[in-house]
Design a protein around this ligand. Sequence first.
Ligand code: ZN
Length: 329
Amino acid sequence: MESIRQSDPLYIGIDLGGTNIKAGLVNPAGKVLARVSVVTGRGPETVIGNMVAAAHGVLKTARKTPEDITAVGVASPGPLSTSRGVVLRSANLPGWENVPLRDRISTELGKPAILENDARSAAFGEYWGGSGRSTGARDFLMITLGTGVGGGFVHDGKLVSGAHDMAGEIGHTIVLPGGEQCGCGQKGCLEVYTAASRLGRRARLMIREQGRRNSTLRSVLERDGMITARDVEQEARSGDTLAQEIWEDMCRMLALACVNAVHWLDPKMIVLAGGMAGAGDFLVDPVKRYFSEQYWHMSAPEVEIRTAELGNDAGVVGAAMLAMQLHTK
Ligand SMILES: [Zn+2]
């Protein structure tokens, strides 16, 4: 079923990031046949030029021509309008305002194109070509734990973008009323307690302001001048009390968000992705435990919580497969 036939229609997915542009040639099974990564650059014109170059680079690598491609999918940071194909603005892309990215890419490559939010694209990619594929789940939620926390929801095989292209802002669901200030203007957002960038910061504050000076994280801070989420994970694994406290708190908040998500959406599966998902069972086991503790008693939990399979390819695969979904009807 996964075999690549000459006659398979092919799609290009382009994942636009603040630092790198990733492009890939993707078959209908969601398998990446060739990939290219280039530096993003600055300013819409330069970046669009680099995206087109990345797409041509992929074709060259795979010994294909634009004629072999059916459609192109673009994943971009938002906010954006999927219906108009316009990037409204972006914190990660300075100078971008109302850029008609979908139509520009479509014109440059001479193919139909779609535009989708990067976090939602990644969720759809994992659904189509990763754990959604291997388990047959058609109601699927992915939560990506990175510098920020985002995600996406697939209902009955269709990505949910929402009425205003805002679906999947899972990082900004409030898990603690009146809690810590989030960069978005709200207080107590999930992102404040679970983003990778926040774990090290929390450790630093607890060492400096709460006198938690006997933690092994203090030596890490003195050695490196900073503490990363990976440091917190490693020291928690080694038995450091402070690191364990921070890790457990993060898992409890994440589990709380999962309980709420189940009551909103009833997904078959919740997939944890992003750098922190590399912790594997060390992340999933406590999340499951806190999930069961906090979940209601009306029925046993049926949702499956697990880590993602695709990693860095998810955005490229999702964008390409969304283009397929739209252009093969
Ligand atoms: Zn927020």
